[in-house]
Design a binder for this molecule. Sequence first.
Ligand code: SAH
Ligand code: SF4
Ligand code: F3S
Length: 470
Amino acid sequence: MSKREEAINPSVKEVEIQREYIRKVGEINKGKGLKHHTVTYGCQMNAHDSEKIIGMLNEMGYSATESIEEADLIIYNTCCIRENAENRIYGNLGFIKGLKAKNKNLKVILCGCMMQQDAVIEKIKASYNVVDIIFGTYNLYRLPQLLHTNIESKSQIIDVWKEQRDIVEDLPQERKYKFKASVNIMYGCNNFCTYCIVPYVRGRERSREVADIIREVKNLVADGVKEITLLGQNVNSYGKTLEPEVTFAELLRMISDVSGLKRIRFMTSHPKDFSDELIEVIKERENICKSIHLPVQSGSSIILDKMNRFYDRDKYLELVEKLRAAVSDISITTDIIVGFPGETEEDNEATIDIIKKVRFSTAFTFIYSKRDGTEAARMEDQIEEQIAKHRFNKVVETLNPIIYELNKAHIGGVYGVLVESVSKNDENVLSGRLDDNSIVHFEGSKDLIGEIVDVKIVDCKTFYLKGELA
Ligand code: SAH
Ligand code: SF4
Ligand code: F3S
C-alpha cells in the first residue's frame, strides 16, 4: 500500500448509504418508544466509539435507558485488553438469556475489540444464540445497515472485517458532555508491545488528515466545547503516514490556535516518541494542559526490553527530567504492568524504585494478563498469580502515599477548574478537574457545570481534592 493510501480519506458514499438505512430503521421504529441500553468497556477510544453508536441509535428511534430490563436493544461495546474484560461479557450474555425469554423482540448486539478475535466469534456462534448482531472495530458505522438487515431477516448477523476498508465520518454522534469532547487523531497501533492485543484488534496505525481534525475541533468549539482530548494509541507518532508528513507537535500548535478552545489534552504518549519539539509546544501554549499520561509499564530495563517498549529505565527518567525542566509543575501519570513473564523480585524492586523517583500523580496498575496471539503469551516463565498479586500490592502501597502527598501540595492554592458534574451523593456538591487533571469536589450551584471557575483547595484524600469556590 502506498503512503498516500494509508492516510485516511473519508468515504462520502458510505455516509449516504448509512444515512438511508438510518431513515429506514427510523421509519420502522416510529412511535414505538424503543429504548437502548449501551454498555462500554475499555479505553477512551471505545467510549468515543460508543458516542457514535448512540448517536446513530438516537436517530433510529431508540432513547437511552439505564435499566437493562427496560431495554429493547442491548449493546456491549467490548474490550479484550485483559482476560477479566472478556469474562464479564460472557457473564452478561448468560444473564441476557433470561431477559430474551421474557421479551422475544429484544435485540442483542456485540461490537468492539473482543469481536476481532476468531476464537471469540466461534464461541459465541456455538454457545450464545441470544446474540443478534456482531460487528467489529473497523465497521461500526455500518450499524444502521446491519440492524436493518436483522430486522428484515430475523437471523443472526456477523460482520467482522480483518482490516479497515472505508473511513466514514460525519455520521451522527451523541456527546456525553456538552463542554468537553474527544477527537480521534489516529487509529490502530504499530508498536506490538509483546503483551498487548491492541495492534491485532485495531489494526495498523492510520492518521487522520490535519484538515479533517481541525474542522472537527472548530465545529466542537463552535458548539460550546471548552476541552478537547485528542485520542490515539500512540499520539506522538501522529502524521508519519501522511503526505507531507506532519508531526504531533505541529498538529498540536494548529489545534491550540483554534480560538475559544480552553484546554487540550491528549492520550496516549509513548515515551519512545516524545520529541523535544513536543515538550516546547506544551511549555509555550497556555491551553495545552500541563498533565501527561506517560505509561512506563515497568522500571526494569530487562523487562522493558522484553516488552518491546524501545526505551529503558534511564531514557524514561531522562524524559521525565526534561519535561520537568521545561514545565516544573507538570503532572505525570502512568500505567504499570506487574507480573510480566520472567519478572523477578529485582525487576519488581526496580518498578518500585522508579515510582519513588518519578513521583507519579496517578497510576493505573495492572496484573499482566496473558493474551492469546501475542508474543508474551508464548514466553516461558509466566508468573504465578499469587506472586503477581503480592507484587501488585507492593506497587500500590508505594504509589498511594506519593499520590496523597502530591495532592496535599495543592492545599492553599487556587486553581482553574472545569466543572463537570454534580456529585451522586449530594446535589450541592460539584465535581471538576484542574488543568493537571486532578479531581476536586466543592460546593456550588449546578449552573456552573461546563464553566471554568476558580477553586481554592482546602483538603484532600488519596484520589481527590476538596475545595471551595474562590
Ligand atoms: N497505547 C497505550 C496503552 C493502551 S492499553 C500505551 O501504549 O500506552 C492501556 C494499558 O493497559 C497499557 O498501558 C498497559 O499498562 C495495560 N495492558 C495492556 N495489555 C495488557 C496485558 N496483556 N495485561 C495487563 N495489562 C495490559
Ligand atoms: Fe498496546 Fe503498545 Fe500499542 Fe499501546 S503502544 S496499544 S501498549 S502495542
Ligand atoms: Fe481500548 Fe480495550 Fe480495545 S483498551 S483499544 S477497548 S482492547
